[in-house]
Every structure is written in structure tokens, then in C-alpha cells.
Design a binder for this molecule. Structure first.
Ligand code: GLU
Length: 464
């Protein structure tokens, strides 16, 4: 294959915020394009005007950009096959629909939604899978004219050849055989004149010269219909690969209930694009790489042969693992930029630097810092019982001595010398009095980061 000709795409319907399932689809298409030296295209499938808003489209473009999933061709990046919003492509679809309508490949359907629903229920009751019963398939030209003249609204249906066996080679699931007798005639143009998904999605892939489509498994059953449309138009079809569904930890589809967050929520909680992409890279795509990878590394390791058929579980613990690797490797300036939004407005530059030096090793998501801010900048401590016990066991004298030393300098060594103790007998009560807990960031840097006077005050509180 001519590598330069490879085109993959992400074609979301922007009716809500991006969630991890869509993001993985986008990521895999980008990686495949990069791996094969091709181009990654973004197309906005917004034919359902009622469910699409400009805010959703803008949010989607912003989220993809934040993730680093830059498209080579699409909105704002014309590659010669635009426009890239389906709502702006009516003039491109019309002649193609007319061609299908003019031949025998499609016919107007006047069935109302109530009639269709009744037929659907009757088939279900009879134990048959519901499909279009073919009511309007044989109307003659005069009858069609008569109904049109009476103003009856019509959809345009694609006429599925009943005696065809169709086969296609799915990039993930392998060869699929489909008996067209099981596919009902389907709508390609809605009553309001807008193109239906099966049609617009298929012809756009062809017109935009898309060669490989990785998309959710929920579209596997749509593929034969789309291949039939393209065949009827004499247009080239892409290769399709259907990715296993992403599920929550309990195996049910990923949803709010199973702990899935939108991309925006993860971003706002301080998760990095790198961590999110590293987790998604391993969901439904096996990888022996244990290290956190850049997008370029992921592309080098991306392999269609590694795509799996079994559903893949989104795992918040894994996401935190990748996030931790990223967070702990940040250079001080980058860590400051990452955590800055969470720091108190009044903190001086020196306090900010010291605070981050103390806390960064213990943070995974940026929002984890919120828990430690009262420890550093003052405020109510969240006391844990073992910490109370450690303070009580140490005795007032320990705190008198350490408070006096803390009044001189925020220096751990000086406090230890003053206390006359070492090891756990020194560290446990000190940590408990300063933080309310027995575990947490290293004490030396933490002591240096604390607001002036705060350490002395907390120690002195137990000196009586
Ligand atoms: N707009 C469709 C969706 O978001 C695209 C499906 C496809 O990738 O072909 O589900």
C-alpha cells in the first residue's frame, strides 16, 4: 500500500461531552495514521441539528487539542475534501441521493412512525427480529406521484438486494459473512431532507479518501449497510475495524455509574493527557511496554494485530498508575504550572516552590493537593486516630522542646537534636502534631514549606 495515501479519521457526533470511549477511538485512529505515515482526519457528524450545539463542537476540538490528538485535516485545517461538518455538506449529498433515487437502489417510503412502530411490535411479538416490512418497496411511479402531490412526507429508503451474501474482512474481527436477507431496507434520507447516518458516514469516508476506520463495536452491524450504499454508488469503501467496547470495572458499559468521568472532569481534577492516553492505549490494544509512552512512542508500538476482541475494562487504579508516573517525573517548573490553580492566592513565590517540592512526590492527580493545603498553609487538620494516640504517648516535654526549636528554624535536624529522641520516637509524634496523620510527605521539606510560625504553633499546642 502507498503509505502516504493512508487516511484514518475520527467522526464524532457532538451531542455531548467527550468521554473515554470516544477518546480511545480518536487515539487509535491517530496512532494508526502516524504508524503508517498517513493522515488523521476529523469530521463532525452533526446532521442531527437538534442534538448538536456549537459549544459541543468547540469543546470537542478543545479536548482533542488538549490531549495532543491534533488532526491533519478537518475543521480549521483544510485538506481539500471539506467542509468537515456534515451539516455543511448538503450540496454534496443531494446529487448522490438523487442518483440512488433515480435508479432502483432507493425508493421513497411514506410509512408514518406510528405505522413503523406497530410493524416493529408485531414482528417482535411473532418472535422475529424487527426490520422494515417493505410496505413501500413496490409502489409504482403513479402511486408515488399521487402521494407526493397530496403532500405526504417521505423518507428515502435503500433497497437491500435480498439474495446477496456479503462478506468483508474486519480489521479486528476478521472475515464477516452477512446474508442480506436479514437486513431490512434502511433510511438514507430523513423526512426533513437531511441524510441519515448510514449514508452520510459511508459516503464521507469515501469522498474524504479515508482508508482505515477504527470505531466502536456498536457499529459492526452497520457496516454491511454502508458497504451496500458505497457499492451502489460505485464508490470505494474504507477498511473497517471494530474496537471492543470499553466497560467499567464491573464489566457493564462505561457510564457515570461505573465511575467514568468525562474528559473535562478528568482534566479539571488534574489528570494529564499523557496518563489518560497511556491507559487508553492499553485498553483493547495489548502492549508489552511498561513505561509511560509519548504519543510518538505509542504510534511506533501501535499494531492492528494487537487489537483485541474482548471488551476492555477502564480501570481508575490503572489510570492513577500512569498519572503517578507522569506526575512524579515532572520538572519543578512544570509541576508548578500543573498545581498552580490549586494553590492559595496569597502564597508567595517562595512558598509555592517549597510547597510543591514537599508535596509533589505524594500527589497523583493535581486535586490530591487539596487535602494537604491546610497542613502547609494553616487551617483545620483532619485528625486520624493513630496520630492522636502518637501525640498523647509522646508527652508534653517532647512538644515543649521541639516547639522551642521550631521557633528558631524550620530545620528537622535541629528539632531532633532538641528533642533528644531518634527514629520513630521522634518522627511519629512530630508528624502527628504537624499533619494529624502518621503517613504523608517527607517531613524535612514539609517543615520548610509550612507557613511561618505554623509548626511552632502546632507543636506548642501539645506542650501543656
Ligand atoms: N458519528 C458516529 C458516532 O459517533 C461515527 C461512527 C463511526 O466512527 O463511523 O458514533
Amino acid at each position: 500500500m502507498n503509505a502516504a495515501a493512508v487516511v484514518t479519521r475520527f467522526a464524532p457526533s457532538p451531542s455531548g461531552e467527550l468521554h473515554l470511549g470516544n477518546v480511545r477511538t480518536a487515539l487509535f485512529n491517530l496512532l494508526l495514521a502516524r504508524r503508517l505515515g498517513g493522515r488523521f482526519l476529523l469530521r463532525i457528524e452533526d446532521t442531527d441539528a437538534a442534538r448538536t450545539t456549537d459549544e459541543h463542537v468547540a469543546a470537542l476540538e478543545r479536548d482533542l487539542t488538549w490531549l495532543g490528538l491534533a488532526w491533519d485535516e478537518g475543521p480549521l485545517r483544510d485538506g481539500g475534501t471539506g467542509p468537515y461538518r456534515q451539516s455543511q455538506r448538503g450540496g454534496i449529498y443531494a446529487p448522490l441521493l438523487a442518483r440512488l433515487e433515480g435508479g432502483a437502489a432507493a425508493y421513497p417510503c411514506f410509512c408514518s412512525s406510528q405505522e413503523l412502530e406497530l410493524s416493529r411490535r408485531a414482528q417482535l411479538t411473532a418472535g422475529r427480529p424487527p426490520r422494515y416490512a417493505g410496505t413501500c418497496a413496490q409502489l409504482d411511479a403513479r402511486e408515488i406521484e399521487r402521494r407526493r402531490a397530496s403532500g405526504a412526507p417521505a423518507t428515502l429508503r435503500f433497497r437491500v438486494p435480498p439474495d446477496r451474501q456479503l462478506s468483508f474482512d474486519d480489521l479486528v474481527h476478521g472475515v464477516q459473512q452477512v446474508d442480506c436477507a436479514h437486513i431490512g431496507d434502511f433510511v438514507i434520507r430523513r423526512e426533513d431532507g437531511t441524510p441519515a447516518f448510514f449514508f452520510a458516514n459511508a459516503v464521507d469516508d469515501s469522498l474524504m479518501r479515508v482508508t482505515h476506520v477504527l470505531r466502536g463495536e456498536d457499529h459492526l452491524a452497520n457496516t454491511p449497510r454502508q458497504l451496500l450504499v458505497l457499492e451502489a454508488l460505485g464508490m470505494r469503501a474504507p477498511r473497517y475495524g471494530h474496537l471492543p467496547l470499553l466497560t467499567g470495572a464491573d464489566g457493564t458499559p462505561l457510564s457515570k455509574r461505573t465511575g467514568a468521568q468525562t474528559l473535562r472532569e478528568l482534566h479539571e481534577a488534574g489528570y494529564s493527557a499523557t496518563a489518560i492516553c497511556n491507559h487508553l492505549f492499553r485498553l483493547g490494544h495489548s502492549s508489552a511496554e511498561a513505561a509511560s509512552l509519548t504519543l510518538a512512542d505509542m504510534a511506533a508500538h501501535f499494531d492492528i494485530g494487537h487489537l483485541q476482541r474482548a471488551s476492555a475494562r477502564f480501570d481508575p487504579v490503572q489510570l492513577r498508575h500512569w498519572q503517578g508516573l507522569w506526575a512524579h517525573a515532572l520538572e519543578p517548573a512544570a509541576a508548578l504550572a500543573w498545581l498552580e490553580p490549586f494553590l492559595p492566592l496569597g502564597a508567595t513565590p517562595a512558598q509555592r516552590t517549597a510547597c510543591i517540592a514537599a508535596l509533589q512526590p505524594n500527589l497523583v492527580a493535581a486535586s490530591d493537593i487539596v487535602d494537604w493545603l491546610p497542613v502547609v498553609f494553616g487551617g483545620e487538620l483532619r485528625w486520624e486516630d493513630p496520630a492522636r494516640a502518637a501525640v498523647a504517648a509522646a508527652g508534653a516535654e517532647f512538644f515543649r522542646l521541639t516547639a522551642a526549636a521550631a521557633a528558631q528554624a524550620a530545620d528537622l535536624g535541629a528539632l531532633r537534636t532538641a528533642s533528644g529522641r531518634a527514629g520513630a520516637a521522634f518522627f511519629a509524634p512530630l508528624r502527628a502534631a504537624l499533619t494529624g496523620r502518621l503517613h504523608g510527605p517527607e517531613l524535612g521539606p514539609l517543615l520548610k514549606a509550612m507557613s511561618p510560625g505554623l509548626a511552632r504553633e502546632r507543636l506548642a499546642a501539645w506542650a501543656r
